[in-house]
Design a protein around this ligand. Structure first.
Ligand SMILES: [Zn+2]
Length: 498
């Protein structure tokens, strides 16, 4: 350990008090969980899995009674808050079920080659929403990779996984009512070969269980009314023109979207969302709402008829009507709708949550209107952008260096206290147009995810770029031991191929 700092925790904990001595390394550790309260939560297997992933020469034994590592109940600590006490004799993690998991993540990170430094950590997050998004449409990744990302989220004490399941380039979730979505919409022609894939209901349940063990909420996204080409390839009648369509093999924004005039569109989407609602237990469903050209709607008799019938002045209002109708449907299923900030155009259903990606303007406007807001601006939170100006650096056109991510403050200074309280938190997005391999995806994500985790967990005034950098130096060893690929922020030459 360098002398310049006391620990290498990322994100920075609220308080860290150095103790005397060390809990010395042993190759076999016992873990116990105090039973109590209403919860039957048991984080011992999770911790054991993380620790043995880091050190393959370690074995953990789950015991009852006296143990090396003890999970202790507390009903006083807030959700996700935890206390970690490390003495030369014992390690104790105190909290509720989600606090235990956050504490287990911190303990996994604090391990040094010869054991754990004695210390007391008292910790809780600044923001309730600390999210990572993953686009599985532009490239499809099997669930073992999705789990790697969920572990990264949990190890950095973040709590939300936003799963972008549908787009023009592929529909990735099997829906019982419409088998064609898995048969047709999940596949595209790439140089004469069929490319794609989809998650079955069993896959989804496996991911949900994995996330639940890590106290990560999963937010599914089903895009509408735009980015619908994959769905329209199987169901061309749901478009304005009737097709013919193919699942796209190129990036971009396409004119053909769901027809807002036809009732069959809503019958389809409501059936899809019903299945999604019953599969995903969380309170939020994301409906996209971004980048929907109005070209087809302008010349579609059904869409124009709908506008007359509903007294809508223009196609933006038609989009708003579309999104509001789906929002009411979700509400009737006990779910809360989230959309990208375009859902603000033409009016917004009152309970909708806005995810602000086109800068921070949408977030500011939505918060002032009294909507909950998640900040995810392209300027700081788009991990498909390049990480440096070096010519060989992979990524999209923009450049978002690590320091830019770190410097982000999710609460826009323009907001008064009441509007600021509407900012639930922050999220980074992994759009995968240019990430054909998972290794490259990890390279694009790390270590920017580490910086984002600190943005989300730590009050803005407690952040320190220099301190983060020196902790990161050690944190990179942690990432390496956990088997992740990352961009080394100091090394000039990249490790290719990715
Ligand atoms: Zn239409």
């Amino acid at each position: 350990m360098s002398k310049s700092f006391m620990h290498s925790l990322i994100p920075l904990p609220k308080t860290y008090r150095k103790g005397e001595g060390k809990f010395l390394w042993k190759s076999s550790l016992s873990i116990s969980v105090e039973q109590g309260g209403e919860s039957d939560s048991d984080p011992s297997h999770l911790l054991s899995g993380w620790l043995t992933r880091r050190r393959s020469d370690l074995t953990c034994e789950i015991v009852s009674g006296v143990s090396d590592i003890q999970f202790a109940c507390s009903s006083e600590l807030k959700d996700e808050a935890y206390r970690l006490d490390i003495t030369p004799d014992q390690i104790k993690i105190t909290g509720g079920p989600s606090g235990w998991v956050r504490g287990a993540a911190a303990l996994t990170m604090l391990l040094e080659s010869d054991g754990w430094p004695a210390c007391q950590v008292e910790d809780e997050p600044q923001f309730a929403w600390r999210g990572m998004h993953l686009d599985v449409s532009r490239h499809f990744y099997p669930i073992r990779f999705v789990k790697r990302l969920i572990d990264l989220i949990a190890l950095h004490r973040m709590n939300t996984f936003h799963w972008h399941l549908t787009d023009d380039q592929g529909w990735r979730i099997a829906i019982d009512a419409f088998p064609q979505l898995a048969q047709i919409s999940a596949w595209r022609d790439r140089d004469g070969e069929s490319y794609g894939g989809f998650y079955t209901a069993e896959d989804v349940k496996e991911i949900l269980a994995y996330a639940e063990e890590r106290k990560i909420q999963v937010v599914p996204e089903i895009e509408m009314p735009g980015h619908a080409l994959a769905a329209l390839s199987a169901f061309p009648d749901l478009s304005c023109t009737g097709g013919h369509f193919r699942v796209s093999n190129t990036c971009g924004i396409f004119d053909d979207v769901y027809c807002a005039g036809k009732e069959s569109t809503f019958a389809f989407l409501e059936k899809v969302l019903s299945e999604v609602c019953s599969l995903f237990p969380g309170p939020y469903i994301h409906v996209g709402g971004d980048e929907c050209p109005k070209t087809r709607w302008k010349s579609c008799p059904d869409c124009q008829n709908r506008m007359r019938e509903q007294g809508l002045k223009n196609e933006n209002e038609l989009q708003s009507w579309f999104v509001s109708r789906m929002g009411r449907f979700l509400q009737s299923h006990g779910k809360c709708m989230i959309g990208w900030d375009e859902i603000l155009e033409g009016g917004l259903p009152p309970t909708a949550v806005v995810m602000s990606w086109q800068g921070i303007k949408g977030g500011i406007e939505a918060a002032r209107l009294g909507h909950d807001v998640i900040m995810s601006p392209t300027s700081h939170c788009y991990f498909d952008y390049r990480q440096s100006t070096e010519p060989e650096e992979p990524g999209n056109l923009g450049i978002i260096p690590l320091e830019t991510v770190y410097g982000y403050d999710p609460v826009p200074e323009e907001l008064d206290a009441e509007a600021a309280s509407r900012v639930l938190g922050v999220q980074a997005n992994i759009w995968t147009e240019r990430m054909p391999t998972w290794k490259l995806l990890e390279y694009m994500t790390l270590p920017r995810l580490c910086a984002l985790a600190e943005v989300a967990w730590v009050p803005s005034e407690d952040k320190c770029w220099d301190g983060f950098q020196s902790r990161l130096e050690h944190h990179l060893h942690f990432l390496k031991e956990m088997g992740y690929t990352y961009r080394h922020p100091l090394r000039a030459k990249r490790e290719f191929p990715l």
